[in-house]
Design a protein around this ligand. Structure first.
Ligand code: TRP
Length: 336
């Protein structure tokens, strides 16, 4: 039996940070051996909120370079840019026409982002999850590894596939393959350095709230020194009233490759003044090989381009087959 297929993507908006690495990319690196992995930069999603055209292409390439620097191996995983493959936009249109409007209006993320955008809500923001459904369904993945916040988008993807299959397929010949979600445990969530109850996020206005994977060592030291703590004595993983403490200990545990028991024993009597430099040094050491590899990759522009070209060819061959199947089911003629 062949390997199962997984597919996931990240929007190339802003620099990738420790939350993206520990919550997503590191898991993909582990999975790429056992699964056929399709990983992409969701640059069509990146324009659903106002964007800067002068940085879009560079951000997209930088995310690709970061995937590789973190250990995604382009010889086994398929890495590609969403906008390089027209089938994403085309299937998104077809799916839009079978998706009830109220399904989209009820999406939690749409409502949250729409509130933030105020007056300036584009139709793309509403249709965002339909494009995501197209991204997924084109590749017929078995599983889609994403964070908890994307669960609703995956359920919508399944609902859209079921609806299309019901309307245009038959029980023994479904048009679209039903993907299974693979939701990461809450534990893998990295929280903000300035508020331990909020997820570390690219969209937080304060750069002090996150450690970017490319932050130089002095910047990491500075951010850890200034991160939010509390005035309780001793350090513990398990006090729900100390979210910052739990988050920082967890970061230390993961990045130093230790067990919870070992970190508990080591840190239980520590004060922040002792723990913070330890954490900062650990983060710097963990990111150093990633940063070195990133700089090697980006100093050879031709290399990254060839990886993305190969990724496009491999991905597009699969995407076009699915698209043709959907168009045939919907009754379109084939051009000569
Ligand atoms: N919406 C996802 C996020 O913000 C990114 C994404 C776009 C995605 N298309 C996808 C993730 C398809 C998984 C599968 O995290």
């Amino acid at each position: 039996m062949g390997k199962q297929r997984v597919l996931s993507g990240i929007q190339p908006t802003g620099d990738l940070h420790l939350g993206n690495y520990l919550g997503a990319i590191r898991n993909w690196v582990e999975m790429q051996q056992d699964y056929e992995a399709f990983l992409f930069m969701a640059d069509l999603h990146a324009i659903t909120v106002p964007h800067d055209p002068s940085t879009l292409a560079a951000s997209t390439y930088n995310v690709a370079a970061t995937y590789l620097a973190c250990g995604i191996d382009p010889a086994i995983a398929c890495i590609f840019v969403q906008s390089h493959i027209p089938a994403h936009s085309e299937l998104a249109w077809l799916l839009n026409c079978i998706t009830p409007l109220n399904w989209l209006q009820d999406m939690v993320q749409f409502k949250e982002k729409a509130i933030k955008q105020g007056e300036n809500v584009g139709a793309g923001l509403l249709n965002y999850p339909v494009l995501q459904a197209a991204d997924i369904l084109l590749y017929e993945p078995d599983k889609v590894p994403v964070g908890e916040d994307q669960k609703q988008h995956l359920e919508l993807t399944r609902d859209i596939a079921a609806r299309l299959n019901y309307q245009f397929g038959s029980d023994d010949h479904p048009v679209l393959k039903m993907p299974e979600p693979m939701i990461r445990a809450e534990g893998a969530r990295v929280m903000s350095l300035t508020d331990g109850t909020k997820k570390m996020s690219k969209s937080d206005p304060s750069d002090l709230s996150r450690i970017n994977l490319l932050d130089p060592p002095e910047e990491i030291q500075r951010k850890v020194k200034r991160c939010k703590t509390d005035s309780v004595r001793g350090l513990t993983f398990d006090d729900p009233d100390r979210p910052e403490c739990t988050n920082l200990l967890t970061l230390y545990m993961i990045l130093s490759n230790q067990t919870k028991a070992a970190v508990t024993a080591e840190c239980t009597d520590m004060g922040w003044g002792q723990f913070k430099p330890l954490l900062a040094d650990t983060v710097v050491a963990a990111l150093q090989p990633i940063q070195e590899k990133y700089h090697a990759i980006t100093s050879d522009a031709g290399y990254l381009e060839s990886v993305l070209h190969q990724g496009k060819e491999r991905a597009e061959a699969i995407a076009n087959v699915t698209l043709a199947k959907v168009k045939a089911a919907l009754g379109y003629s084939q051009p000569l």
